[in-house]
Design a protein around this ligand. Structure first.
Ligand code: NCD
Ligand code: ZN
Length: 359
């Protein structure tokens, strides 16, 4: 008789983990907007994350050191008492961005990275870059000073099928760019395809990808489930199921080149539920609950801290946060919508009962 038979209790299924405590996480991709919207959405992000990369796609965009400083001040002024959150600012690249301005903001610790929006790729990107070759001097400077380039990786030719735009950018722009600038640190923002994850892996000594909560739980069919669901529409648009599964495998793999970036992107209800609705999913309030559920479903809770709290900080050369956050298997609901002025922003998964909660 073996030991297992002597101690039958030992053979029982391992008890599921019901609580997990990790270092406080950071969100490496956030849209906070400005004014009343900023005030309305910031508390949700600050309640979950210690630091966050603030995207610069305001109108007008954040293109100067002075504008980034002023925006940071407005964010800190909008932060409710009792919440501590550090906004990490970024510069919006344009065709005429001055390498000296880029370097000045980085050396003065005003911004930590620059964002490349191909002109026309997404919300408020019309002032973005029309010709990546044309900004070579900026990229060379960033490479020299170790400043990361954050990329919205979609081709902008309107003839290209919307579901192929990440793949087209990868082939036509990303791979050549990584080849031209071999020391440049690059983050592929909100990765949505299996193939781009492999490109990131191949360049992982200096390349990473953020992965959103919504791309881990929806595929492109969900956007049309029973009718058009505008609140699930974002850019890059969700892809086929095989891509969602590849994203889940990458996020939960523990690989250092993949980390958390929600791309929480609030738009008021009327701008989403319209004949031509805006791209963006407001996932900030349900982000950690969604991510931890995915790691639980994939049997990878032991990898959650690396994805949420360690990998991004390491990529940006920052220490992990000192505090901790606990997540527990306890059902909870979040508000369906967050009020802004006399309207509201619909919350991703706000109508669901979520299996995990922030303790
Ligand atoms: C973002 C926004 O609304 O600012 N929208 C989106 O669909 N993700 C911009 C972006 O990150 O593409
Ligand atoms: Zn974004």
């Amino acid at each position: 008789m073996g030991v297992a038979e002597l101690f039958p209790a030992e053979r029982q299924e391992a008890k599921p983990v019901d609580r997990i405590t990790i270092r406080r996480p950071d969100d490496w991709h956030i849209h906070l907007r400005d004014g009343a919207m900023l005030k309305a959405v910031l508390p949700y992000t600050a309640a979950q994350f210690a630091r966050g990369i603030i995207m610069p796609n305001l109108v007008p965009p954040v293109t100067t050191v002075a504008a980034a400083q002023a925006y940071r001040e407005r964010i800190l002024a909008a932060l409710p008492a009792g919440l501590d959150f550090t906004p990490l600012m970024t510069c919006y690249l344009r065709d005429d961005t001055d390498p000296d301005e880029i370097e000045r903001g980085f050396k003065d610790k005003v911004w930590v990275a620059a964002k490349l929006y191909p002109a026309g790729a997404t919300t408020n990107s019309h002032a973005g870059v029309t010709d990546i070759l044309g900004i070579a001097p900026v990229l060379e400077r960033m490479e020299r000073i170790g400043m990361p380039l954050l990329i919205h990786g979609e081709a902008t030719d309107p003839e290209i099928d919307i579901f192929d735009r990440e793949a087209a950018f990868m082939e036509g722009s990303l791979i050549p760019l990584l080849g031209r600038h071999q020391g440049l640190k690059v983050t592929v923002e909100h990765a949505t395809t299996a193939e781009i994850l492999d490109v990131v892996r191949e360049h992982r000594s200096r390349c990473a990808a953020t992965i959103t909560p919504h791309h881990l739980v929806i595929n492109r069919t969900h956007i049309f489930q029973g009718g058009l669901r505008p609140h699930l529409y974002c850019l890059p648009v969700a892809k086929r199921e095989r891509h969602r599964l590849a994203l889940r495998a990458a996020a939960t793999s523990g690989e250092a080149c993949f980390y958390l970036g929600t791309d929480t992107a609030p738009h008021v209800r009327g701008a989403k539920e319209a004949s031509c609705g805006c791209a963006g999913v407001f996932c900030g309030p349900s982000a950690l609950q969604t991510y931890v559920q995915v790691f639980d479903e994939e049997g990878a809770l032991d990898k959650f801290e690396a994805f949420a709290s360690l990998n991004g900080a390491r990529f940006h050369g920052l220490e992990p946060n000192a505090g901790t956050v606990t997540l527990e298997r306890r059902e909870s609901r979040i508000a369906e919508a967050v009020a802004v002025d006399d309207t509201a922003v619909v919350v991703f998964r706000g109508e669901e009962t979520l299996p995990w909660s922030v303790a």
